[in-house]
Design a binder for this molecule. Structure first.
Ligand code: MN
Length: 349
């Protein structure tokens, strides 16, 4: 690395923002539901930063941490998360939202709660409240963790092995080892974190032991996958945990014929979708918004997007219909209506 300081990528005034929060006692720090490593590492980094200024932070957990790697991350690194249903937002004099935005539809904060701090790398929502005190949204950056990492560096806050490992795992997964939507800021942070992280812990997070059910879920996923030209469609139906759709989408993207993957399912009556593309400027976020239309909320970037479909009935039947409707719109949008759908693999026996 030629320069020890990560490149500053926005004119955001960190010193002023921190000064404005001086005197706050207790911060509620949240990310999107069913949090991923980027959201969790960025929250933990923010907790460390605020703690230095005398503000104690509580990390709120909306949804569940399902993916085995993410559960291992929380356990191995001891990231202290508290389920949102055990939190009274009224007990906090500071509310921080990271890797999501108010009104995005993918977080468990009450919609009428005033949010003081928003840190995100998704495109800025048009309906964002005007009174957000600290609003640092940088769509050109590949991960929210990178933004928080640069804060800590700017303030000279030491990044210990534990936090460095969290940040590095976040960057590895969010950018697929810098190959997906990584900016120069991610490359710079990644290189620095390589020297700070505990690689033995990292390995324990990246390859955790998984139960039999995990393999059963993958078997079901592969058996249900349909190939429509360059598009793979997989409706997983009832999900053990919501972020299984992202996990399976990542897995299916490795198929050599796949340029696009849409994976869906439902959990507690709520539909979830995950979209991936190999195209660097595929506009996955806007494609997802278009195919979800008025059936739910969607967000994402160029190569990766997610969506939540509104619950239509508690048994989830309508969410399967929801997947089919979105899949049909995607097939049409990609110009694949004339393709004959086929199975990815044939059933055994
Ligand atoms: Mn992120």
């Amino acid at each position: 690395m030629s320069d020890s300081k990560p490149p500053e990528t926005s004119d955001f005034d960190l010193d002023r923002a921190l000064a404005a929060l001086r005197g706050r006692k207790h911060a509620l720090i949240c990310t999107h539901d069913n949090p991923d490593p980027d959201g969790m590492a960025a929250m933990e980094g923010m907790r460390v930063l605020l703690d230095r200024g005398g503000t104690r932070g509580t990390l709120g957990l909306g949804g569940i941490i399902g993916r085995a790697e993410n559960r291992a991350m929380v356990q191995v690194l001891g990231i202290p998360m508290v389920p949102m249903d055990r939190i009274d937002p009224g007990n906090f004099d500071l509310v921080v939202l990271i890797d999501t935005q108010p009104g995005a539809g993918n977080n468990s904060l009450p919609t009428d709660l005033r949010v003081d701090v928003v840190i995100d790398h998704h495109p800025q929502r048009h309906d964002l409240p005007f009174d957000i005190q600290w609003c640092d949204i940088r769509p050109a950056i590949g991960a929210s963790s990178t933004i928080v990492f640069t804060y800590l560096r700017r303030c000279g806050v030491p990044i210990d092995k534990r936090l460095a490992t969290a940040f590095l795992y976040a960057l590895k997964t969010e950018t697929r080892d810098l190959a997906r939507e990584a900016s120069p800021a991610e490359r710079s942070a990644y290189l620095e974190l390589m020297g700070l992280a505990d690689h033995e812990l990292l390995q324990r997070i990246a390859s955790p032991k998984v139960p039999r059910e995990h393999f059963a879920a993958l078997q079901r996923a592969i058996a249900r996958t349909r190939v429509v030209g360059k598009l793979l469609l997989c409706d997983l139906g009832e999900l053990d945990y919501p972020d299984l759709v992202a996990e399976v989408a990542d897995l299916l993207q490795r198929y050599q014929g796949a340029r696009w993957v849409l994976c869906g399912g439902h959990h507690q009556g709520r539909g979830v979708l995950s979209l991936r593309t190999d195209h660097r400027d595929g506009g996955a976020g806007s494609v997802m918004k278009a195919i979800v239309a008025h059936d739910g909320t969607a967000g994402g970037h160029g190569m990766i997007a997610g969506a939540q479909l509104a619950a239509k009935n508690p048994r989830g039947a309508a969410t399967t219909e929801g997947f089919v409707a979105c899949a049909e719109r995607l097939v049409a949008q990609l110009g694949l209506s004339d393709e004959e759908p086929g199975r990815l693999v044939l059933d055994e026996g």
